[in-house]
Unconditional design. Structure first.
Length: 430
């Protein structure tokens, strides 16, 4: 058990029962949990009807109860037992339907008969229920009461933003979304990882070199709203950014590239995934989260998305099966380790430069064996010498890792040794 993994899984389990949506008390209650952990989080508020680029902030949704009740008194799709049972943003309803009418308002998954699907209707007035197909197949004949005690009214869309200033105005940016109901990977894994990265920066770099910006948003409408106020500032100062989504399982490590696929964030993630098992790369054509907004033409921020199993690619996606059998402490820890190494890289320095001309004499510093001997077909100091070869101030540490096809964690180990022996310095090229 690791400290970081334990803290992340505990916070995710605490948040799991809350019925969230893009607006409403559920997301506000969830946001307060993160504000309690990080007082640096400040609120950015938009109101129903506000224009944000081509979109408009919708009404706020609240719900108290919902169910389907057969004329015999048996209840199905009870909101109190699983908040996925109701189509998110369902308008209020209280009426009786026969079975054929009812079935037209129930959503199921043919391929996953034991799963409750997650369905939304944010921008069009509608209502409905979600049930396991195996339950629907057993519904008795007769009439049914459908009851949804909900309300759609003018309200507030909330965004949390935290800024940790550094010596440089150049920023490292992290974003995740907090707007889905009870799903562990698609919803909660990203925010708890973002929180843990923020704790790591605050605890380990009291005089941080770079500035760090963290945002928690409702997906899509939140990033659009946030960018409508902040994109020029971000374009000016953002060095690179990472959108965190579905980061809690153990099956894969996935990188969804930026629109152009070659910004500093892309290079950072690629360098941190070298040598790991089951790594998957996706172009921007497989986009699906807030990278769609951050990398949109005209916005063009240097952002990419990091996942474990990518959204829409794992079988539990957008269903009640997305739970803590899928999301694990070990899975979350693996994601944290990726960004721990990335943050360390920025803080130790991006662009190393050799302090001497020609090869340094490593032997006198005990950094090179004085008796020449090859071990397992390779010189024991080859990696160290290869790293030095590209310490020319023009290559970032991420470039060097990719050039040598060596994970950034191992490059960092060598760089720390070289720095401690005054063989390299770092040049600010930003």
């Amino acid at each position: 058990m690791t400290k970081e993994g334990y803290e992340m899984i505990s916070l995710a389990k605490e948040l799991f029962p809350i019925c969230r949506s893009i607006m409403g008390e559920g997301i506000r209650k969830s946001m307060r949990k993160f504000q309690n952990i990080h007082p640096e989080f400040k609120e950015i508020i938009f109101s129903t009807g506000d224009k944000v680029f081509d979109w408009e902030i919708p009404s706020e949704w609240s719900i108290k109860d919902a169910y389907i009740k057969h004329e015999s008194g048996i209840k199905y799709a009870e909101f109190s037992k699983n908040n996925l049972h109701v189509v998110n943003y369902s308008e209020p309803v209280n009426l009786w339907l026969d079975k054929s009418q009812l079935l037209r308002k129930i959503h199921t998954l043919e391929a996953k008969p034991n799963a409750i699907p997650y369905v939304t209707s944010y921008y069009e007035r509608n209502w409905g229920f979600c049930l396991q197909k195996e339950v629907v197949n057993q519904l008795p004949k007769g009439n049914y009461q459908v009851f949804i005690d909900s309300k759609l009214s003018p309200g507030k869309l909330q965004i949390l933003e935290a800024f940790i200033p550094g010596r440089s105005k150049k920023e490292i940016f992290f974003s995740s979304y907090l707007c889905h109901p009870s799903m562990a990977n698609n919803e909660l894994s990203g925010p708890v990882l973002l929180s843990q990265i923020m704790s790591y920066v605050k605890s380990n770099f009291p005089e941080n070199e770079y500035s760090y910006r963290f945002i928690l948003i409702p997906e899509t409408i939140g990033s659009i709203a946030y960018l409508s106020k902040n994109f020029k500032k971000l374009q000016k100062n953002m060095l690179c950014g990472f959108n965190l989504s579905c980061v809690g399982d153990e099956r894969a490590y996935s990188h969804v590239e930026s629109r152009l696929g070659n910004n500093l964030a892309d290079l950072a993630v690629k360098s941190a995934l070298i040598g790991l098992s089951n790594v998957k790369y996706y172009t921007f054509l497989s986009r699906g989260s807030d990278e769609r907004q951050f990398c949109a033409p005209g916005i063009d921020l240097p952002v990419c998305t990091f996942c474990r199993s990518k959204f829409s690619e794992f079988p539990e996606y957008h269903t009640s099966l997305d739970n803590f059998e899928l999301v694990t402490e070990r899975g979350l820890q693996g994601s944290f380790n990726i960004f721990k190494n990335i943050v360390q890289t920025f803080e130790i320095g991006l662009n190393p430069m050799l302090e001497v001309l020609c090869e340094p004499q490593l032997g006198k510093r005990d950094l090179y064996p004085n008796i020449s001997k090859v071990h397992n077909g390779q010189h024991p100091s080859k990696l160290r010498m290869d790293v030095l070869t590209y310490c020319d101030s023009k290559h970032t540490l991420f470039d060097i890792a990719l050039k040598l096809n060596v994970n950034i964690e191992k490059i960092l180990d060598e760089i720390k040794i070289l720095k401690n022996n005054n063989l390299i310095k770092f040049v600010n090229t930003n």
